[in-house]
Design a protein around this ligand. Sequence first.
Ligand code: NAD
Length: 350
Amino acid sequence: MSTSSENQRVLFGAGVRHSLSEEVSRLGCARALILSTPPQSSSALDIAADLGGLSAGVFSKAAMHTPTHVSEEAVQHAREVNADCVVAVGGGSTTGLGKAIALRTGLPQIVIPTTYAGSEATPILGQTEGGVKTTLTDKKVLPDVVLYDPELVVTLPVGMTITSALNAMAHAAEALYARDKDADSTNLAIGGLRSFANALPDVLRAPDDIAAREETLRGAWACGAVLGRVGMALHHKLCHTLGGTFDLSHADTHAIVLPHAIHFNEQAVPELLKPISDLLDGSSPGLALWRFAKDLDAPMSLKDIGLVESDLDRATEVALGKPYWNPREITAEGIRELLQNAWDGTAPIH
Ligand code: NAD
């Protein structure tokens, strides 16, 4: 089954990865370079074997945060093997490498996502050079085709399944109050949240439940697509700050901070955030997200992922450093309290 999207062909279904040859030919290509991280090279080799004569081999050096030296090596390799398109098999890191190659060469891209990060649905690319991460938005990096095959996500470890899903839900939650939102983006965000609210508990009960995995992939696409359409606010800025300054895990930080950031903002825009309450347990949006995460056994406190309490003042300072739009006024006191609660892991209650 397909989902229409501006400038992107999106297919869902168990086994849909086996239609890759058709998709490569459809793009007018005949030499696809398959990309993966080192741990997913066997999946990439399987895909290459399936492609037969349309495969130009496998490049398995994708890494977190898209280091430019890896992208340059991949571009060189793509030229050497005369690749005329790239196929990223993996999560956001591998998709990032495909986007980086497309940016530098104009080669078309197909993505077969294996996490819920949602990068495949955005024209956004974050790249790292000399330890500094910069982000760009360019239509050239939006993948041409996405094949969402739930059979490839069943191997995603439970811990990553939870944090990757909450990371995706964070895009949709902030899209509900984005300054540039419209009816379409709001519907997309609600659809993404609904898919995860309905299917994630089933996935955790039975990680190989293909129907539930497919529903979560639909959520990943919707949450990614909305991230590509509207601007994010406090939650994403806080996670960027915490991740960049204190080297905390990207997905864990999102999972922990989300209920607290939404709790902070619900005091300014309660009506816009009401869909979260309606989709979860009916309690206030931040608390509903906190309970949802706790029931899933998600990481709940910043202290458990390596932040020390004495860093909270510095984190507040950095978070206030560069002003940005948010539906509620950001104050030092408000951010310090939010971060303390996220550090303690206590329920966000008024
Ligand atoms: P990831 O791609 O780094 O994957 C994490 C690890 O899990 C890797 O070792 C990977 O090989 C492994 N893995 C992935 N899928 C698996 C599966 N099904 N089974 C077993 N192992 C599997 O992690 P991610 O969270 O998907 O992506 C994070 C990156 O994506 C970050 O760099 C983030 O900034 C970026 N991102 C970008 C955008 C965008 O729009 N540009 C959006 C979201 C995330």
